[in-house]
Design a protein around this ligand. Structure first.
Ligand SMILES: [Zn+2]
Length: 174
């Protein structure tokens, strides 16, 4: 699929020259992979977690009295850039926050476990000389994951986080 452009000779001659810009196979391959790759920030995440928050725990969403919102990591304080109120998430009881954190870790563990089992099976089939099974196994795992497990998993995760507590943080100095 090259770009086509028409070049007309300078002296007004009707002869037109077709120029086709053909991409080399290398360029085509590069373009293909560039298109497939999803930027990190667009990748799917559970809830609205920031990168690196998987083990640290999910961020705490603060809604300021003025309506401004921010996501900060647990234990850090945040100053509203609109009204200047300060909020300290360290005031949230640790055990309550851990409940949230454990929940997200538990849900995170399901796809990780599925991946680990698939890899183990793939290695097992490869070692037992059953390489052909690997080519059946991996697509089926992906299919089962995307068609069946993931939608259920997401729904139940959404339901579980809806039941979680919210906290009333007082702005500092109020
Ligand atoms: Zn505010």
């Amino acid at each position: 699929m090259g770009r086509r452009s028409r070049a007309r000779l300078a002296d007004g001659d009707e002869t037109s020259v077709e120029v086709e810009v053909v991409e080399s196979p290398n360029e085509q391959r590069r373009r293909f992979f560039r298109r497939k790759r999803v930027p990190f920030r667009d990748r799917e995440r559970l809830g609205h977690e920031a990168p690196g928050s998987i083990l640290k725990g999910p961020p705490v969403t603060i809604t300021c009295e003025c309506g401004n919102k921010a996501e900060v990591s647990y234990g850090s304080s945040w100053k509203c850039d609109r009204c200047g109120r300060r909020y300290d998430t360290a005031k949230i009881p640790r055990d309550q926050y851990d409940k949230v954190r454990n929940l997200t870790l538990r849900y995170r563990a399901i796809p990780v476990a599925l991946g680990a089992v698939s890899i183990a099976l793939a290695i097992f089939f490869t070692l037992t000389g059953n390489v052909f099974s690997v080519f059946i196994l991996l697509p089926s795992v992906l299919l089962v994951w995307f068609m069946i497990i993931r939608p259920v998993h997401r729904r139940s995760f959404q339901k579980a986080i809806a039941d979680l507590p919210t906290w009333d943080l007082r702005a500092d100095g109020e």
